[in-house]
Each structure stands twice: as C-alpha cells, then as structure tokens.
Design a protein. Sequence first.
Length: 58
Amino acid sequence: MKITEPNDRPRELIDQLVGVWECSVRVSHGFLSGADVERIKGYVPPGDPRRGAPGRRL
C-alpha cells in the first residue's frame, strides 16, 4: 500500500470539510456546547492563501 499526502487542498475544500464536520458534531455530540465546537474548530491550522494550502482559522 502506498500512502500519499495531498498537495492541493484549496481553501474552499477545507471550508466545506469543516462545515460537514461541524454539522455532524453538533448532531451527534450533544454533550458539547456551541462554544466547545467553536473552540475545537480553532485547532484547524490556518492555510497560506497564496498557495491554496490547507487549513483555516475560525
């Protein structure tokens, strides 16, 4: 098996993936407050908009 790292993750893709994650967490993790979810989203590293690098800061 060959594992490769993705090299091109546009900011739009990261935004969509984080949106899917957030919706699923809010539905399935009732023990987390809205503030908890927002804090956890902050762990997604910011990307470099010049290169379309992965990540975001909320």
